[in-house]
Design a protein around this ligand. Structure first.
Ligand code: KG4
Ligand code: ZN
Length: 334
C-alpha cells in the first residue's frame, strides 16, 4: 500500500507551523516558529501583529518542512489546515497558504478543528480506545470532551469565563513574570515551600463546567492586600496556591467524568497539558482509580501542525475532504 503523506498548516494563534506526517503516525517534519518574543513586550498576543508575522514566515516554513521531510510536493497525499477556532487574521494566512499550495499541486484539502488537533496529538504516540474522555486545557480553551468514537465529539463541560491557560497568563502577569506565564508559574510552584490558600470553583455538584476568573481575582486581592500592609509575599507561594487550586478542580472533574461516561481512557491535551504539576497529579489519581492516562510529549502539547496532520489523517481515511471555498471560522464548533 502507498503511504499517506499529509502536509498540515497551523496558524490559529501565535505559532506558524507546518508539518508532514506519514500514515498519521510518523512525524517527518514539524517546523514550529514561535512569535513569543514579538508579543512578549505587549504582555500577550496582538492579533494584527500575529497575522503579519504569519505572512512573513509561512512560505519559508512550508519550504523548510518539505526539505526536512525529504519529499517532493508531488509525493504528498493531501494538504490539511486548521479551519478554526482562533484569531481570524491568523487563521486566514494559513488557510490561503494551504489552499494555494493544494491548488498548485492538485492535492485534496482537509479542514481540521484546532481542538480535534490537540486531542489527536495523542494519536501520534498512543493507541486510542473509545469511548474516551479528553481534558483540553489551553490558552483559549478548557473543555471536557467525550469522544464516543473516532471524530465524534461531545463537549460535556467547559469554562464559563477564563480558559485555564488564560488564567495562568493573567496571574503570571500580576506576578510580573514574562508571557506566556504558564511554564513560569509551573516552575515557581514546584520550587515553593509554602502555599497561599485560595478558593476552588466547584460550581454545581453535578456540573462539569469550570470557572477560573474568581480564582484570578482572589490572587489579585491577596497581592493587593499584601502590598497595602507592606508584607512581602513569596511569588512561589502564590504560584503554588494558584496551581493547586487549578489542578484540584481539573483533576477531580476529569475523573468524575471518566467514571460517569464509562470512558476507557483519559486524554490530556492543549498547552496547559505541559504543566508538570497537573501531569503528576493526574498520573497519581488515574493510577489509583485504574484509569489509563494518555498525554502527548511536551513538544506536541502546545500548538503545532503535526497534531493537525494527525487529525487530518483520520478524515483522509474517511474521505472527508473540504471544498476549495472552505472559510476560516474563528468560532468553529467542535
Ligand atoms: O495550546 P496552546 O499552545 O495555545 C492555544 O491554543 O491556546 O496553549 C498555550 C497556553 C498558554 O496560556 C500557556 O501559558 C499555557 O498554554 N502553558 C502552560 C504551560 N505551558 C504552556 N500552562 C501551565 N503550565 C505549563 N507548563
Ligand atoms: Zn492550541
Amino acid at each position: 500500500e502507498r503511504p499517506v503523506y499529509i502536509l498540515a498548516v497551523e496558524t490559529s494563534c501565535d505559532e506558524t507551523s507546518v508539518s508532514i506526517v506519514r500514515d498519521g503516525q510518523e512525524i517527518l517534519a514539524n517546523v514550529v516558529s514561535s512569535q513569543i518574543e514579538t508579543h512578549q513586550r505587549f504582555g500577550g498576543v496582538v492579533p494584527e501583529v500575529a497575522s503579519r508575522k504569519h505572512v512573513e514566515s509561512i512560505t519559508w516554513i512550508l519550504a523548510e518542512a518539505l526539505e526536512k521531510a525529504g519529499l517532493r510536493p508531488d509525493q504528498l497525499s493531501a494538504v490539511a489546515v486548521t479551519q478554526g477556532p482562533g484569531l481570524v487574521g491568523s487563521l486566514l494566512v494559513g488557510m490561503v497558504a494551504a489552499k494555494a499550495f493544494a491548488c498548485a499541486m492538485e492535492l485534496p484539502l482537509i479542514g481540521v478543528h484546532h481542538i480535534a488537533g490537540h486531542i489527536y496529538a495523542n494519536q501520534l504516540v498512543h493507541q486510542l480506545k473509545y469511548p474516551l474522555m479528553a481534558l483540553v486545557v489551553s490558552g483559549g480553551h478548557t473543555e471536557l470532551v467525550f469522544v464516543e468514537s473516532e471524530g465524534r465529539f461531545r463537549i460535556i463541560g467547559q469554562t464559563r469565563d477564563d480558559a485555564a491557560g488564560e488564567a495562568y497568563d493573567k496571574v503570571a502577569r500580576a506576578l510580573k513574570l514574562p508571557y506566556p506565564g504558564g511554564p513560569h508559574i509551573d516552575r515557581l510552584a514546584h520550587e515553593a515551600t509554602e502555599a497561599v490558600t485560595l478558593p476552588r470553583a466547584w460550581l454545581e455538584p453535578d456540573s462539569y463546567d469550570f470557572s477560573f476568573s474568581g480564582l484570578k481575582s482572589a490572587v489579585l486581592a491577596v497581592l493587593n492586600q499584601a502590598g497595602m500592609k507592606g508584607i512581602a509575599l513569596e511569588p512561589s507561594a502564590v504560584a503554588r496556591g494558584f496551581q493547586d487550586s487549578v489542578i484540584d478542580v481539573l483533576v477531580e472533574k476529569s475523573l468524575r467524568a471518566v467514571e460517569a461516561f464509562g470512558a476507557k481512557q483519559l486524554l490530556l491535551a492543549g498547552g496547559v497539558a505541559a504543566n508538570k504539576g497537573l501531569r503528576a497529579r493526574l498520573e497519581a489519581r488515574c493510577a489509583e482509580a485504574g484509569v489509563p492516562l494518555l498525554a502527548p510529549p511536551l513538544s506536541l502539547c502546545t500548538d503545532n501542525a503535526a497534531m493537525i496532520a494527525a487529525a487530518a489523517f483520520l478524515k483522509y481515511r474517511r474521505g472527508q475532504f473540504a471544498p476549495f471555498d472552505m472559510k476560516a471560522e474563528p468560532l468553529l464548533k467542535l
